[in-house]
Ligand binder design. Structure first.
Ligand code: ADP
Ligand code: ADP
Length: 222
């Protein structure tokens, strides 16, 4: 589902953010991406979303070769990928419902189908009763769950998260991770960038560790 083959990424500044990174994340797998700040985690996620392009090597997402993906096919790629951010990037000028509906509105889906999808997504994250509220009324953990509902509302086969529990306490972080697990259990391929090693060790999942742009370790957390 996600395949990196000898991937290098050098920014215009000359900084080599990724060096010779090779890994495969199969369909239905769930893994963590860890490493110190500056190790290259965000760069790796941006290559998957085609927000950046590899300088050398190959990135393949769900059999799309991103090295020669036509610009017009980028929206098609993005629809396959749900993204959860640390700061959730919710819009505080509209309701929880409208936040979650946004990706579907942009896709041009009809309002009836949007209603079904949005309620299904809110139900999965346990926030069906809060659809009319403004997200500013919600706790940090609830806001992050709205962000997750928005990321999965168009049923993407891939879910990426960049430090999704960075602002949450351990209890709430564990709950958020359980949600990712639930999506993984129904077949979604999940990759989570995090440096919360406590949390990662408790999950007992595959962990890929980046160090100065290189994949230093790939396997069960030890
Ligand atoms: P992480 O997410 O692990 O903190 P990043 O992928 O954000 O790491 O960054 C990896 C390295 O690349 C860092 O040294 C960072 O300063 C550098 N970097 C990130 N984005 C850019 C950019 N747009 N231009 C130049 N250097 C960048
Ligand atoms: P740019 O015009 O700079 O390339 P993008 O279209 O890549 O901007 O992305 C705009 C914003 O939407 C970014 O913050 C990006 O991380 C986010 N984004 C991109 N793809 C998705 C997705 N599938 N789901 C959620 N957010 C996304």
């Amino acid at each position: 589902m996600i395949q990196f083959t000898n991937v290098f990424k050098r920014y215009e500044s000359g900084h080599e953010a990724l060096q010779n990174v090779t890994f495969t994340l199969h369909e239905g797998e769930m893994a963590f991406l860890t490493g110190h700040s500056g190790a290259g985690k965000s760069t790796l996620l941006k290559l998957i979303m085609r927000m950046e392009v590899a300088t050398r090597g190959h990135v393949t997402i769900d059999s799309l070769n991103l090295n020669n993906l036509a610009r017009r096919h980028i929206p098609y790629l993005r629809r396959k990928i749900g993204v959860v951010f640390q700061d959730h990037q919710l819009l505080f000028d509209r309701s929880v419902y409208d936040n979650v509906a946004l990706p579907l509105v942009i896709e041009g889906m009809n309002p009836q189908d949007i209603g079904k999808r949005v309620r299904a997504a809110l139900d999965k994250v346990g926030l069906l009763s809060k659809e009319k509220l403004n997200p500013i009324m919600l706790s940090g953990g609830e806001q992050q769950r709205v962000g997750i509902a928005r990321a999965v509302v168009n049923k993407p086969p891939i879910l990426l998260a960049d430090e999704p529990t960075g602002n949450l306490d351990p209890q709430l972080s564990a709950e958020i991770m359980q949600l990712f697990r639930q999506f993984n259990a129904v077949g979604v391929t999940v990759l989570i960038a995090s440096h919360d090693l406590d949390l990662i060790s408790r999950m007992g999942l595959r962990m890929m560790e980046l160090s100065q742009g290189s994949l230093k370790q790939d396997g069960a957390y030890a």
